[in-house]
Design a protein around this ligand. Structure first.
Ligand code: 5GP
Length: 169
């Protein structure tokens, strides 16, 4: 059985607020780019501090039976031609696990005209300390910020169904 660790909405709010106050001093994002679905609620919380508009790209790394996909699937993409070449993006996701999703997204973004690593920051609530799909250096971005570094356990977020099961017992 994989060990689980639970975080409440209050934990996540506090983490988002503290992290975003620090991020603001390092990286002046023009827009928040949430990775749907996991990054949606953290992005909304982050907006209360950063006060930037939220855009969404939606990716899936699990199929409908919760099996891990070889390559993440693009559920929804954005028309990046609406942004100027100087736009700075703060990508937000809930957790950096194997980093497959993040590396896939960064590769895809860097194929977009005008977008380069200097204009990209990443904020994840949690980074799991484990072997990654690509190293921090190979991310080649302006900022990588994790609210908390944690051991390789399964995180149950307050928006996960299993969180209700646990807390209603
Ligand atoms: P990756 O392995 O690509 O870094 O993470 C892919 C996605 O798997 C994450 O964005 C997240 O949705 C999901 N995931 C990975 N680890 C966890 C976890 O511990 N808890 C939850 N709730 N989702 C996770």
């Amino acid at each position: 059985m994989v060990e689980k660790v639970y975080y409440s909405y209050l934990d996540i709010h506090k983490m988002c607020q503290n992290s975003c106050r620090e991020i603001e001093t390092k990286f002046n994002a023009d827009v928040i780019l949430a990775i749907g679905g996991g990054g949606l609620i953290p992005a909304r919380m982050a907006r209360t501090v950063l006060k930037k508009p939220i855009y969404v790209v939606s990716l899936s790394v699990y199929d409908k039976n919760d099996n891990l996909l070889e390559t993440p699937k693009v559920v929804q993409w954005l028309d990046f031609s609406m942004f100027s070449k100087d736009t700075k993006f703060l990508i937000i996701d809930e957790v950096d696990d194997t980093r497959k999703t993040l590396s896939f997204l960064l590769n895809k973004l860097k194929n977009e005209e005008h977008i380069n690593g200097a204009n990209i920051g990443v904020f994840v609530l949690h980074n799991k300390k484990k072997d990654k799909f690509i190293t921090n250096e190979d991310l080649n971005i302006n900022l990588y910020y994790a609210g908390k570094e944690i051991e390789d356990k399964w995180i149950v977020y307050p928006w996960d169904r299993t969180y209700c099961k646990k807390t209603l017992l």
